[in-house]
Ligand binder design. Structure first.
Ligand code: COA
Ligand code: AMP
Length: 700
């Protein structure tokens, strides 16, 4: 008889009987008050439209403190001397370590400070910080008070920050005097934060500033609500001021994370306290094989992204493991060996990064000299059991290459695991669970090896995520067929159940498309005969750049603030390093005819500047085409970005004349041919190097 693999059995249990499945895992965290039930399904009626839809919540009536679970609990259990955080900052030449006891001291004092500064349960506090330990203290201190943090990535511009400020209405901002991006030297935050506050119609009361030696915030203007963080902490220490952990209801918000939707306005994904703690504590053990003291997790992301929230901060700390906080880049700080140096130095057992980072390393160190010779041959990488990749599609070549390297130089059975997830899911929706090979038996006495890896696939659905592939009418597709990837309700406990103060948008953005039956992930792909999921692209108007998510609508909005641009359509163009780059089709209001497809340098620079100022340098355009009558629309006026994307993708493969799928609802078919002519011209002029890039990619 063929035995079902443990991962398949655990998954089937979670879907068949979510109540008993998550009840068991809820026992692994500390509750200030035990929940009355595991899960509750109710209906919600939207105020504006009157539509009723399904709603669910986890662990009703339970009360919990995430900070208590991440910090106090380990100290109480006698693990206070274990290292919680290793900070490694090649950009400043600094390294620091904090035990759980030291972390508790920092967090309870900072929470006391915040309380004195007026922060209370339920308030929102915005964090805009570089990758320094103080940022983690801030997240945990806010959560300790039962307040809600909203971390905004430090690479967002003041305009983007202001947009998030208006939406979250934070009582206070926690920030630093500067960020240090790669080897560029410090960027002062004072001007950025002050400009953002100026732009925002909502003004936070306080700005609490962590002063860094590399560049100070000078002066700290008390009359503007600005406070010196270190001074406040020092004064609190002198007075013995501390704050106890304040439990919140399971369904209360732990944090908001803003992510890009299909419109210009970011979406405030809400993470609830109880489900997050239970689900994340489960996933770090089950999927990542990180069980506690002795396990060292190095997640090379940023706390501004969901991967950073979950696997730099909360999950390793929930498990009582060590997390490595890294302020640097995969290359250039100082070179492509940095990740491998960190693995050796901190005896990292589990690494997590984005494929883009590995591509950047490969570009600098094509022969893997650093991995193989400098660290591998000397046994410096032997602690590493797994390399997790997410944020964008991992091409099979990169998975295979690192799989070979891991087999040769890392722990026995070390694997590369592509896992798929999103800000909304809070933890991986799919992956290959390592726990079967390394630890807890998750309901089985049997020990299985992890399921085999299929390069190009992001593994199988994780417990609690009922993943399906459907056509545009919501009808399930056969195994192996491409379609929209959706999920059944409820989602696993780490996932969102609403958007911050915007239930209407939650319904419209995720439930409406499939009549409330499925949650739309916005991704397209397929599930094969064995249940492996492949994520091929976004099905909506979102693009992924270096594993960062951007709204094409938001970029278009920035571009059309140019006085001479009447219209813009943004798509993602394939890029050898970053997966995709934003690419714009622009129509000038002052069109001189005939105009070349490649805009003159002056205009291109102005447009680029607008994108960088209004969103951030991370959204910089990879190119633009100008022309008139080339942006196809539906009869209801919706831009057909998919058609433009296909034209550009075909062009990058040298297939300029290939037919593209044009929906019957198109208003003017001629626009497609005009766009094709423009794309041809653009690639004729610019195409040489793009072509080479694509050929190189194809060989990988
Ligand atoms: N603060 C300020 N600016 C930032 C920033 C930050 N935190 N992060 C990025 N930027 C800026 C960069 O300085 C750069 O500016 P420039 O155009 O003026 O040079 C721009 O935004 C683009 O940055 P980035 O996308 O990081 O590109 P890069 O060419 O500087 O570096 C890589 C290339 C591959 C090294 C980098 O993209 C990388 O590390 N990618 C991995 C991403 C990742 O880990 N994502 C995880 C999400 S789960
Ligand atoms: P974010 O919300 O910023 O984490 O972005 C989530 C999006 O990134 C997903 O909806 C996917 O489009 C993409 N993504 C994340 N992980 C993967 C993966 N392993 N493979 C393909 N795409 C991914």
């Amino acid at each position: 008889m063929v035995q079902t693999h443990l991962q398949d059995r655990v998954y089937a249990d979670s879907i068949a009987d979510p109540e008993s499945f998550w009840k068991r895992h809820a026992e692994n965290v500390h509750w200030h008050k035990q929940p009355a039930r595991v899960y509750q399904r109710t209906k919600k009626t939207l105020k504006k439209s009157g539509v009723t839809h399904d709603h669910w919540n986890w662990f009703p009536e339970g009360e919990i403190s995430t900070t208590y679970n991440c910090v106090d609990r380990h100290v109480m259990n006698g693990n206070g001397q274990n290292v919680a955080i290793c900070w490694d900052s090649p950009v400043t030449g600094s390294k620091e370590k904090y035990t759980y006891q030291q972390l508790l001291n920092e967090v309870e004092t900072l929470a006391g400070v915040l309380r004195e500064e007026g922060v209370k349960k339920g308030d929102v506090v915005l964090i805009y910080m570089p990758m320094i330990p103080a940022a983690l203290f801030a997240m945990l201190a806010i959560a300790r008070l039962g307040a809600v943090h909203a971390v905004v990535f430090g690479g967002f511009s003041p305009a983007a920050l202001a947009q998030r400020m208006e939406a979250a209405k934070p009582r206070a901002i926690m920030t630093a005097s500067c960020g240090i991006e790669g080897n560029k030297g410090p960027t002062g935050y004072k001007q950025l934060i002050e400009e953002a506050i100026d732009r925002s119609s909502f003004k936070p009361n306080k700005t609490i500033v962590w002063q860094r030696d590399q560049l100070r915030w000078d002066p700290v203007l008390k009359e503007n609500g600005q406070r010196n963080w270190q001074r406040l902490v020092k004064s609190a220490r002198n007075r013995g001021l501390k704050a106890e952990a304040v439990p919140v209801k399971s369904d209360d918000s732990l944090y908001i994370i803003y992510t890009s939707g299909t419109t210009g306005l970011p979406k405030g994904v809400v993470r609830t306290a109880g489900g997050h703690a239970v689900g994340l504590n489960f996933s770090i053990k089950y999927l990542f094989g990180v069980h506690g003291p002795g396990d060292v997790m190095f997640t090379a992301s940023d706390i501004g992204w969901v991967v950073g929230h979950s696997y730099i901060v909360y999950a390793p700390l929930l498990a009582g493991a060590t997390t490595v906080l890294f302020e640097g880049k995969p290359v250039g700080t100082p070179n492509a060996s940095t990740f491998w140096r960190i693995i050796r130095e901190y005896k990292v057992t589990t690494m997590f990064t984005a494929p883009t980072a590995l591509r950047a390393i490969r570009r600098e160190d094509g022969d893997n000299e650093y991995f193989e010779k400098t660290y591998g041959e000397k046994g410096g990488l032997l602690t590493l059991r797994a390399l997790f990749l997410a944020g964008e599609r991992s091409e099979p070549s990169i998975v295979q290459m690192y799989q070979r390297l891991l087999q040769k130089h890392c722990a026995d059975g070390a694997v590369v695991v592509d896992n798929w997830w999103s800000s909304e899911s809070g933890s991986p929706i799919s992956g290959i669970a390592l726990s079967a090979a390394t630890g807890d038996d998750f309901g089985s006495k049997r020990r299985d090896q992890p399921l085999p890896i299929k390069p190009g696939s992001a593994g199988k659905a994780m417990p609690g995520f009922d993943v399906r592939v459907v056509d545009d009418n919501g009808k399930e597709k056969k195994r192996g067929e491409m379609g929209n990837i959706v999920m059944g309700i409820p989602l696993a406990p780490t996932a969102f159940t609403t958007l911050w103060e915007d239930e209407e948008r939650f319904y419209k953005g995720y439930l409406k498309r499939f009549d409330g039956k499925w949650i739309d992930t916005g991704d397209a792909g397929m599930i094969d005969e064995d249940g492996y999921i492949s994520i091929m692209s976004r099905a909506d108007d979102v693009i992924n750049v270096a594993a960062h998510r951007f709204s094409t609508g938001a970029i278009e909005q920035a571009i059309t603030t140019h006085p001479d641009i009447a219209e813009a359509a943004v798509i993602g163009i394939p890029d050898q390093l970053k997966g995709h780059l934003p690419f714009a089709f622009i129509t000038l209001s002052t069109h001189n005819h005939p105009s070349p497809a490649v805009p003159e340098d002056g205009l291109a620079q102005q447009v680029q500047k607008l994108v960088r100022e209004q969103i951030g340098a991370i959204a910089s355009l990879g190119g633009m085409i100008q022309g008139k009558g080339m942006i196809p629309k539906t009869r209801s006026g919706k831009t057909l970005r998919r058609v433009l994307r296909e034209l550009v993708e075909n062009a990058t493969h040298g297939e300029m004349d290939k037919e593209v799928a044009v929906p019957s609802t198109i208003e003017d078919r001629e626009a497609v041919e005009v766009a094709r002519t423009r794309v041809k011209e653009y690639f004729r002029v610019k195409g040489e190097h793009l072509h080479k890039a694509t050929e190189a990619r194809a060989k990988l």
